[in-house]
Write a protein that binds this ligand. Structure first.
Ligand SMILES: [Zn+2]
Length: 271
């Protein structure tokens, strides 16, 4: 019996791996994700609700209005892009929502799986123009639509919980699973778990974010200004930004390389 199990499980693991290997929309990179989208979105939506109950939501101010406007324009860009590529079904489980959360010390923004966006008021001092705000929001939305949360959570399930299935982890270790989800969704700093995005994820989010902001009618050159501002924060930058590779120089180099492509989208956009 034992021998049989040990024979079957690697085979099952292999099948799971094959089943879970997918490609990132737009860039075509192969990625490993093992959490069903419906389950991931359900976790994301409930964590987002938790977050909204913990923070004051700014409304009725110019900043709050700006965050909503930029958010809607980025969302429209994503939907247009996916429609043009014939991949709209990949956005089916999305329930977009954009909020400005009051915390002046938090220079951060996020987009959780399924389109749940949050910008902290601390970010509004660094993102000095609508175009700069579109840079960071485009970047965060790109992390979500490229499924980076699923990829990170899948990796973490394997490394920290020994590869147990999500259903088992949710049942037996609800607290750990919740923390893991938050860290994987880019909210590690709030709960004290530092889980920086990989260099690959960061570059992918920079590239896709640049396209989305351009499609939304914001000059992609403003992305360079935004990252200059972030770099100027130096040691005061929060972990999500500070610990991320690529280095500032590499990031600017990459953005410059992608600029002609982004400018084509910008010229065709409704500015
Ligand atoms: Zn990022």
């Amino acid at each position: 019996m034992k021998r049989r199990l040990s024979f079957i499980s690697p085979l099952l693991a292999m099948l799971l791996f094959i089943a879970a290997c997918s490609q990132v929309a737009l860039t075509g990179r192969n990625q490993f994700t093992m959490i069903p989208e419906s389950q991931l979105n359900a976790m994301s939506f409930s964590e987002y609700d938790n977050l909204l109950s913990e923070y004051e939501i700014e409304s009725g101010t110019a900043d709050a209005q700006l965050v909503k406007t930029v958010g809607v324009r980025i969302k429209n860009s994503v939907e247009t892009y996916f429609a043009q590529e014939g991949m709209s079904d990949q956005l089916e489980g999305y329930e977009w929502e954009v909020n400005l959360l009051v915390d002046d010390d938090m220079v951060n923004a996020f987009c959780m799986p399924g389109g749940k966006v949050g910008v902290f008021t601390g970010m509004m001092d660094i993102a000095e123009t609508p175009g700069q705000l579109a840079t960071v929001m485009g970047h965060e939305v790109a992390h979500a639509i490229a499924d980076h949360g699923n990829e990170r959570m899948s990796q973490q399930l394997i490394t920290s919980l020994g590869g147990v299935a999500l259903a088992v982890a949710l049942r037996d270790k609800p607290q750990e699973t919740q923390m893991l989800a938050l860290a994987a969704f880019g909210l590690g700093t709030q709960i004290g778990i530092l889980l920086p995005y990989s260099r690959t994820h960061e570059s992918e989010a920079d590239h896709l974010g640049l396209i989305f902001m351009a499609m939304a009618g914001y000059d992609p050159h403003e992305a360079v200004d935004f990252w200059e501002n972030m770099a100027a924060m130096g040691g005061a930058a929060p972990p999500e930004w500070l610990s991320t590779h690529p280095s500032h120089e590499t990031r600017i180099e990459n953005l410059t390389e992608w600029m002609p492509e982004a400018m084509q989208y910008y010229q065709n956009s409704n500015k």
